[in-house]
Design a protein around this ligand. Structure first.
Ligand SMILES: Nc1ncnc2c1ncn2[C@@H]1O[C@H](COP(=O)(O)OP(=O)(O)OP(=O)(O)O)[C@@H](O)[C@H]1O
Length: 250
């Protein structure tokens, strides 16, 4: 489902550490789309998403989330987004249900609404056998799933994920992919980074490729193939060719 209002509009986004990490980046994510942001290590993907999520102040540029200026009004923006980092933090002494109850409380959600939703979220991620176990004994993948469930408790409109599938076994990855696809079908927008090109190929409505902090290609898989004159090639071959070409031009 797509509407005219962009879920995310990034303009001239810039962040420099000892050298530019994100370099005057423009990015538009349409409402209701599943967008995969690809790029080699160090390309600036995480830095971009951290700025969008309000965790890192840009040196320049703007971030608009459903029309809200996220730099001027970060609280309003944060209320409608979910951010899931690749190294999520959860409270180890809590069980998954307690953690979700805690997060729902922070959002001020009525427990009669949040409790069944939390249970449903955890079940959809295959955590049913562990609902009442403390998170401290959980594997990295289980913790990632609890963090994802926690990030979705307030029913965000834009879900921002940094490598959500890394370290997940096949069944867990399927649960996460299924949950994200359900959310998109329900009208949410997803932007995620991934190094698993097959996931981008199979799940994303559109794919963006970023190198050295700049967007160097963007489109549906078919559009990317057309842009690169490689009609029958895999995303992996195209990605490597694009990254090589950008490195050679640098
Ligand atoms: N806090 C920081 N301090 C200094 N440099 C940083 C910091 N965060 C990121 N960088 C640098 O910014 C650049 C972009 O990093 P970023 O983590 O955004 O890349 P990425 O595309 O997410 O990479 P990966 O695929 O490896 O996760 C890199 O050169 C990185 O070393």
């Amino acid at each position: 489902m797509q509407s005219d209002l962009s879920a995310l509009e990034v303009r001239g986004l810039t962040k420099r550490f000892d050298r530019p990490a994100v370099d005057a980046l423009d990015l538009t994510i349409r409402t209701g789309e599943f967008y995969a942001l690809l790029g080699p290590n160090g390309a600036g993907k995480t830095t971009t998403l951290r700025m969008v999520a309000g965790l890192l102040r840009p040196d320049a540029g703007s971030v608009s989330i459903f029309g809200i200026d996220a730099l001027a009004d970060p609280v309003a923006a944060k209320q409608i987004i979910a951010w899931v980092s690749d190294e999520p933090m959860i409270y180890d002494k809590l069980t998954p249900l307690e953690y979700l109850e805690f997060v729902a409380g922070l959002w001020g959600i009525d427990p009669t609404v949040s409790a069944p939703a939390a249970q449903q979220l955890l079940l959809s991620l295959g955590l049913e056998p562990h609902l009442h176990e403390r998170c401290e004994g959980f594997s990295k993948g289980m913790r990632q799933k609890v963090a994802l469930a926690g990030a979705l408790v307030h029913d965000p409109r834009l879900i921002i994920l940094d490598e959500p599938l890394t370290g997940l076994d096949a069944l867990s990855a399927r649960h996460v992919k299924g949950l994200l696809q359900d959310r998109v079908r329900a009208g949410c927008t997803v932007i995620m980074t991934t190094h698993i090109l097959e996931v981008a190929e199979r799940m994303a409505d559109r794919i963006g490729v970023i190198t050295a902090g700049k967007l160097v290609a963007e489109g549906t898989l078919t559009e990317l193939r057309q842009q690169n004159g490689r009609n029958d090639t895999s995303l992996e071959d195209m990605f490597i060719a694009l990254v090589d070409a950008e490195a050679a031009a640098a």
